[in-house]
Design a protein around this ligand. Structure first.
Ligand code: NAD
Length: 387
């Protein structure tokens, strides 16, 4: 099959085609700097199928779509809208995030793979037009890629995408619904699995849990823990948000400079990624780190540092896969997987990973990453053998 124009300057071909720069007559040209990033080499090394560079002249959208794996089913991945310092940084992010989506799928037994779309934040972009254009790109992939929410993309943006394609997680009653509920339940179940792994029981009334970020996921997690009798300490940089959640649930608030220092059983990051690094890891006064945020470790070496300190790290890409499970089950099988079932599934996956990592005497994040990669390559060989 020859090259196929998707829309507005991005191209793909029928086979394993990967990256092609956009043709552009943009009034604000951004010179391609990707030659330095060895895109094809990275694709091959990381086992990616495709990266598409997207430029839409009309709206000013610039974006990357990475599709990591569709070997046994369509790829799932949300739309992240973010300010990147350079194109190369956006490219690295989209590739890392799309691979993590495949890891979530294989470790929780979904017949699906990973993808991600990152849109580069820029003044002057007509975002309604940009998201409609993304909808056209998604539609052109004919159901091999489903997209949905992520940082910077909420109900309004998904509504624009949904004007152009059905392959999107709709924010209204026609969509799967209860995505943050599913994520929070998975985190709750993952924390429970972590406590059982260390102590053989949850024993909630004896536990103190610090939650960083009391947004959609963190506030629901707090509610779940309070129901079970745990002591919850919350922190959020948004003071109004924090006091609203605290008065609704009766949790205690702590200062946002102290969350790493407070002695607790579990520190649960539910705000941003990259928060465990050289400075924060030595401060942690918890026994377990388990939360909803993506890419909590600034670098894999910080998972090793936690391990050396005797802090159990529950890998983020296992524990926070609730929304993915809910969305994928809806799109693949047409049913809304009940939130408690999603919790059980994630609790089981976390327990298995922690036990196997302990047997292998390896940090859980390293173990889970390698286990996911092994499973991906095994299922790819199976599919290739059948072809
Ligand atoms: P959200 O935007 O609703 O909530 C995040 C909260 O964190 C906000 O209230 C914000 O004020 C607070 N925050 C930001 N920086 C902070 C800081 N430095 N210290 C304390 N609080 C801070 O987001 P969400 O949907 O609850 O998601 C939370 C995290 O979980 C994100 O990293 C997201 O990518 C990840 N995640 C969410 C889902 C989901 O279903 N919503 C699924 C998978 C992963």
């Amino acid at each position: 099959m020859g090259p196929e124009v998707l829309a507005g300057g991005e191209w793909t071909t029928g086979g394993r085609v990967h990256f092609l720069p956009s043709r552009t007559t943009s009034p604000r040209p951004h010179p391609p700097s990707l030659m330095d990033t060895h895109v094809l080499e990275s694709l091959v090394r990381g086992g990616f199928e495709q990266v598409i560079a997207i430029h839409d002249r009309t709206s000013g959208l610039r974006a990357f779509l990475a599709i990591h794996d569709r070997s046994i089913g369509p790829a799932f991945g949300g739309i992240r809208r973010w300010t990147y310092r350079a194109e190369a940084e956006a490219l690295r992010d989209v590739m890392r995030l799309s691979r993590a989506m495949t890891h979530k799928c294989v470790l929780t037994g979904l017949a699906a793979g990973g993808a991600k779309l990152v849109a580069l934040e820029d003044t002057g972009v007509d975002w309604a037009g940009a998201y409609r254009h993304i909808g056209d790109v998604v539609e052109s992939l004919r159901g091999t890629f489903y997209t949905g929410p992520d940082v910077g993309t909420g109900a309004q943006e998904l509504g624009w995408v949904a004007e152009r394609t059905e392959f999107v997680t709709r924010p209204d009653e026609t969509g799967p619904g209860e995505l943050p509920e599913a994520t929070a339940e998975g985190v709750f179940a993952g924390i429970a699995a972590g406590l059982r792994h260390l102590d053989g029981e949850e024993s909630w009334p004896d536990r103190t849990i610090v939650i960083q970020g009391l947004g959609a996921v963190g506030s629901r997690l707090a509610g779940r823990l309070v129901e079970c009798g745990a002591r919850v300490l919350g922190v959020d940089v948004d003071g109004d948000r924090a006091s609203g959640v605290a008065s609704e649930l009766g949790i205690e608030l702590i200062d946002s400079s102290r969350e790493f220092d407070v002695p607790c059983d579990v520190f649960s990051p539910c705000a941003l990624g990259g928060i465990l690094h050289d400075l924060s890891v030595p401060r942690l006064a918890c026994r377990i780190v388990a939360g909803g945020a993506n890419n909590v470790l600034a670098n894999p070496i910080h998972g090793d540092a936690l391990h050396r300190r005797g802090v159990l790290y529950v890998p983020d890409f296992v524990i926070n896969s609730g929304a993915l499970i809910r969305g994928a089950c809806f799109h693949l099988d047409g049913h809304r997987e009940p939130v408690p079932e999603i919790g059980k599934r994630i609790g089981t996956a976390v327990a298995e990973i922690l036990a196997a990592a302990e047997n292998a005497e390896r940090p859980p994040a390293r173990f889970a990453f390698d286990a996911a990669e092994e499973r991906i390559w095994a299922r790819r060989s199976e599919v290739d053998g059948e072809a």
